[in-house]
Each structure stands twice: as C-alpha cells, then as structure tokens.
Design a protein around this ligand. Structure first.
Ligand code: PGA
Length: 262
C-alpha cells in the first residue's frame, strides 16, 4: 500500500504566490513515484488558488487543516465539509493538538467534525497524542500515554467507527495520526521504536473495540528528511504528518524520494 505523506503548512506561507511556489516543489519529486501519496494542507485561504495548480489527475492532493461540523447556517468564519468537497479538496486534518490547545477544541467538537467530513466524502486524518511523556520511568509513562490516546480515540470516534466499518468503502477514508504533543515543533521527535509501539497499540484498540481493521495510522512530530526512513520503514506505520519540514523545498524533495524508495 502507498505511504501517505501529509504536509501540514499550518499558518504559512504569507502569500498565494509563495504557496504556489511551494506546491510546485512538491509536485516534481512525486512524478513517477508510485509508492507515495502526497497531501498538501495549506491555510484555507489558498485552497482555491492552489486547486488549479494541482488539477484532478495530479499525484499531489489537497487537504484542509480543519472543517466545521455544520453543513450550512449562520456560523461566521466557518467552512463546511461540502464547501471543501466542491472545491476538489480530498482530505481534512481534524483534532490537531494546536487547535485543541489554542482554539479549545473539545473531543465532542472533533467527533462531530469527523462525522461531517466523512459524510461529505472527505478523507479524514484524526490527530491524537499525549501532551507529555515522563522520561524517568519509561514503561510507566508509555502505559500512561497509551491510556490517554485510547481515551481520545474512544471520545473522538464515538459512533463513527460503526459507520466506517458498516460501509466498507469508508474504511480507507479515515486515518489516525499519532502525534505526541511534546514531539511537535522540530526539535525532538519520538523514537521510531516507541512510535511503532503506539501505532501498533492504536491499531489493536481499533480492531478489538470496533473491528476496524484496515484503518491507516501515521506518525507525526518533528519528522524530517533525516528520520523519515526510520519511521516509515516499518510496514505498520502507514505514513507521516510533516509540519515545519514541509515548508522547506529541499526537505520535501528528500522526504518524498526517501519514502518512494522504501
Ligand atoms: P512538526 O509538526 O513536523 O513541525 O513537528 C507536525 C504537526 O504539528 O503536524
């Protein structure tokens, strides 16, 4: 199966022309690269301008960084799943830790957003991850992290996995990105071994609780050209969510090429 690379540009760059330049850099290394699916998630404001660059048959797809949970109505400033879909956007990131932290997004809101996204036919990347990890008692802190992530999955996916599993076509439309919050930002990634353990655990929780076999799980948190191979060489890790490195053309090129060769 193809590895998924989600490039999360967050609140950058500062102009559409810069965004177009960045996107063009993403397109080139994906040509003839059958093993990678690249999804670029720019700020909402650039999606329209970039959709003409990407085109329907491109190997690079567009994703949004968020979506609102109502289809229509008087919700100033919000964007519906259908609006994204109508623009040709295929993916949406939901529940990113920065939104949970700075915008006070709750698990209940995230749950509704996932439902709205899936119903509109978008592919959803749900972000989960523990806020801190103690360094001293490793086994104990990993156990605590697993419990934290399990609770997030239970709340965020409440009532959703039955829909996904019930309609087999939707299984491929949901992916979980394990992003330990302490590892985000570029300085300190998780170790590939610990990330692998968590990803196996996430898949196990999903399959035991919901028979949701086949849902993809990705790693995110300080992924770069230097460490991407160590994470994605494991068949259980289906892809990566890349933040700051996705804004550096040289990094992007090396990341895509490295993953293409795995
Ligand atoms: P990072 O961001 O790669 O800069 O750590 C990842 C993310 O927040 O999705």
């Amino acid at each position: 199966m193809k590895k998924l690379l989600i490039f999360n540009w967050k609140m950058a760059p500062q102009s559409l022309s810069e965004a177009k330049r960045l996107l063009t850099n993403n397109l080139q290394p994906t040509t003839n690269n059958k093993n990678v699916e690249v999804i670029v998630c720019p700020p909402f404001i650039y999606l329209s301008g970039l959709s003409s660059v990407v085109g329907r048959r491109s190997s690079v797809k567009l994703g949004a960084q968020d979506v609102f949970y109502k289809n229509q109505g008087v919700y100033t400033g919000e964007i519906s799943a259908k609006m994204l879909k109508n623009l040709g956007v295929e993916y949406v990131i939901i529940g990113h830790s920065e939104r949970r932290k700075y915008l006070n997004e709750t698990d209940e809101m995230i749950n509704k957003k996932i439902l709205a996204g899936l119903k509109a036919g978008l592919k959803v990347i749900l972000c989960v991850g523990e806020p801190t990890r103690g360094r001293k008692y490793k086994a104990e802190s990993i156990k605590r992290a697993k419990n934290y992530v399990k609770k997030q999955l239970e709340k965020d996916l409440k009532g959703i996995l039955s829909l996904v599993v019930g309609r087999k076509s939707l299984v491929g439309n949901l992916a979980i990105a394990y992003e330990p919050v302490w590892a985000i930002g570029g300085n300190h990634s998780d170790t590939p071994q610990d990330a692998l353990e968590m990803i196996k655990y996430i898949k196990q929780v999903l399959s035991i609780k919901y028979q949701a076999l086949g849902i993809r799980a990705l790693y995110g948190g300080s992924v770069s050209s230097k460490n991407i191979g160590d994470f994605l060489k494991h068949p259980e890790i289906d892809g990566a969510l890349v933040g700051h490195a996705s804004l550096k053309p040289k990094e992007v090129e090396t990341i895509i090429k490295t993953v293409g060769k795995l």
